[in-house]
Design a protein around this ligand. Structure first.
Ligand code: HEC
Length: 127
């Protein structure tokens, strides 16, 4: 099952490889090359860096795509943030929007780079 539905006026396909490249540019230093939470910078942080491959497992088998998207672009920074996780909103700014299908049946518009990153993260979820 895919969480992604075809886009908007600009129809786009998500690209997991592009998402992986983004992850291995901006995120691996803390979250680890395989997203398991053990990057070289993790131990320097005051709070534990989460393993991003168990997000679905910890959420009754459902990849919490809206929470993850909000976390990455900084929209939910006031919740449980601790200030350790950088705000990446600007990195993902683009005119190319993508409609994500959320587990609750609603859709959420995000930029294509963020959609690619989410597709990558969804692809590394363990059972
Ligand atoms: C400087 C280290 C650092 C970098 C770089 C970083 N993170 Fe994080 N991230 C954290 C820490 C620490 C937390 C847990 C505390 C918090 O929520 O702020 C976290 C939390 C998260 C969460 C929330 C997990 C949950 O349980 O809801 C997601 C999703 C996430 N990061 C994704 C990313 C992605 C994607 C990138 C790259 C675009 C990234 N992070 C870059 C340190 C980092």
């Amino acid at each position: 099952m895919s969480l992604f539905i075809a886009g908007t006026a600009v129809a786009q396909e998500v690209n997991i490889q592009d998402g992986k490249d983004l992850f291995r540019t901006y995120c691996w230093q803390c979250h680890g090359f395989e997203a398991t939470g053990d990057g070289p910078m993790a131990e320097m942080l005051a709070i534990r860096t989460p393993n991003l491959t168990t997000l679905a497992l910890e959420n009754a088998g459902v990849f919490p795509i809206d929470r993850v998207a909000e976390k990455i672009d900084g929209r939910s920074r006031l919740l449980a943030h601790g200030g350790e996780m950088p705000i990446f909103g600007a990195v993902f700014e683009t005119d190319q929007l993508f409609a994500l299908a959320l587990p609750n049946g609603q859709t959420m518009m995000v930029g294509l780079p963020l959609a690619n990153l989410l597709a990558f993260l969804e692809s590394v979820q363990v059972d």
